[in-house]
Design a protein around this ligand. Structure first.
Ligand code: AMP
Length: 477
């Protein structure tokens, strides 16, 4: 998963991009990057968080009133700098790009690029594939008389050829600024606007929270398959390109996006409250009666508090979190992960002691976190521990950019909830009902492939295997 931002300003946009990236840091901490354009591209990127990468940056070396930024959470490809974004090519005109999502037909496209356009992809980063495809097709247009429609036709070709999830922002040197999404609109991309003395400044970002911090007004989300071009005179052109039935990733609402972001006119926090109320109904049907409901900080707060409110059971913060630890989920091996989870959370003794505790987390993937939490709560004297997952059972890998590991490690693809309760040591495991999630999103078509195995783009077993192998090898080149 990744976070992206782009700004079309009048003055230098470097600080705005860097500040904007800090608001998207939750979407990836493996690498960060920035490109600006002032007649030339100026690129700065590296491994690590925004603070690390831009710590000693000389702002004079990244000047320009057009800019793009990116934070990366590597799902496939390495965490090395070579796979960091943005990337730029010098043909035609010079084009820079950032993207969020995951391309699934990487091998096929790489071959096609080489055979049809004679371009050799020298990175395992799929933005390179989108950019090379875009640039190679654009190169075939009448470049002396390039029209907006030529750019849009090129995006449509990209949408036709590139399979998977992509939300991309692009600078086309001396021509303009382009944003586009895949035909399903799987990943979020929002547009913002700010009025200044010099004119209107436009920005694009993965999440609206960025606009709140930077003082932009949220204009709207890009629609599935939409392309939006801001020309040199700041005129906006749009076209809906290749579209399929919308399939917005529901895991963005459950876990990934920040609670203060608004995506598709829905505040993430309110979505979690709605899901928490549904969880309460499911929990009630189990016949179990907790004395207290606690959350696993931080993403489960709204689920747990809404669930407690609905059930008439007290909600308390029952686990303290050390915010200064890295993320446990993407630590490379199981032993390391367990160690890290251990150092991260600590029960608040009197809240859990002698009580029947329902503990709510956003999801269970490998069960590492939940197993450890159950043990901790027992060590601190909880009488019963009911583990509640705000997400339905995750049974299938995400191929659209959320790192859910490979199938053999995903617990619910092999075990039912009683077996999982046993595995993590809980008295019961209660999962959100997938039908309830579908009911909550009857007005916004969602992707729920990780729960249902229904991949909106379609997928063959061979391709799934290929993606898993790439993940295990973490190397596409
Ligand atoms: P696990 O310990 O493998 O069962 O993972 C579940 C925990 O990881 C939950 O506490 C989630 O908050 C977190 N989590 C779930 N999905 C992801 C993801 N794609 N990236 C990072 N963390 C995640």
């Amino acid at each position: 998963m990744c976070g992206i931002i782009g700004v079309v300003g009048y003055n230098d946009v470097n600080t705005e991009i860097i500040n904007g990236l800090t608001t998207l840091q939750h979407r990836g901490q493996d690498s960060a990057g920035l490109v600006t354009f002032d007649g030339n591209f100026h690129l700065k990127k590296g491994s690590g968080s925004v603070g690390t990468v831009f710590k000693n940056i000389n702002l004079n070396s990244v000047r320009g009133n057009y800019g793009l930024g990116h934070v990366r959470y590597s799902t496939i490809g390495s965490t090395d700098e070579v796979d960091a974004q943005p990337i730029a090519v010098n043909y035609p005109f010079g084009i820079a790009m950032v993207h969020n999502g995951n391309v699934i037909n990487f091998v096929e496209l790489r071959k096609k690029l080489y055979e049809e356009h004679h371009r050799l992809l020298d990175t395992s980063n799929d933005v390179a594939l989108i950019l090379y495809t875009f640039a190679s097709i654009l190169e075939g247009k009448d470049l002396k008389n390039l029209k907006v429609n030529d750019i849009f036709d090129t995006v449509e070709e990209v949408q036709k050829n590139v399979k998977g999830a992509f939300s991309a922002i692009t600078i086309i040197a001396n021509r303009g600024f382009l944003a586009f999404t895949d035909p399903y609109g799987i990943r979020p991309l929002v547009m913002g606007r700010k009025y200044t003395d010099q004119g209107v400044v436009y920005a694009f970002a993965s999440e609206s929270t960025t606009f709140d911090y930077l003082g932009y007004e949220l204009v709207r989300d890009l629609k599935p398959g939409e392309m939006l071009f801001v020309d040199k005179n700041r005129n906006i052109h749009t076209r809906i390109g290749k579209t399929k039935k919308q399939a917005f990733c529901v895991f963005e609402y459950i876990y990934f996006a920040r609670e203060d972001s608004v995506i598709h006119d829905r505040l993430v926090a309110s979505e979690r409250v709605r899901m928490g109320r549904k969880l309460a109904e499911t929990f009630d049907r189990s016949g179990l009666k907790p004395d207290i409901i606690i959350d696993v900080p931080n993403s489960a707060y709204f689920f747990a508090s809404a669930m407690a409110e609905t059930m008439g059971v007290p909600y308390r913060r029952g686990l303290a979190k050390n915010h200064h630890m890295g993320r446990s989920f993407i630590t490379p091996n199981q032993k390391e992960r367990e160690k890290m989870v251990k150092q991260k959370l600590n029960p608040i003794r009197d809240i859990v002691k002698g009580r029947k505790v329902a503990v709510v987390d956003d999801s269970i993937v490998r069960g590492t976190t939940s197993k450890h939490i159950v043990q901790l709560l027992r060590d601190y004297g909880a009488k019963k521990v009911y583990f509640v997952s705000a997400a339905p059972p995750i049974k299938h890998p995400c191929i659209y950019g959320i790192d859910m590991s490979v199938k053999k490690e995903i617990l619910a693809s092999h075990y039912n909830s009683d077996e999982i309760a046993k595995f993590i040591g809980a008295d019961a495991v209660i999962y959100q009902n997938l039908d309830d999630i579908k009911e909550l999103y009857k007005d916004l078509p969602i992707c729920h492939a990780c729960f249902s195995g229904e991949y909106p783009t379609g997928i063959t077993n061979e391709l799934l295997d290929e993606i898993e192998q790439e993940k295990l090898g973490s190397n596409r080149v």
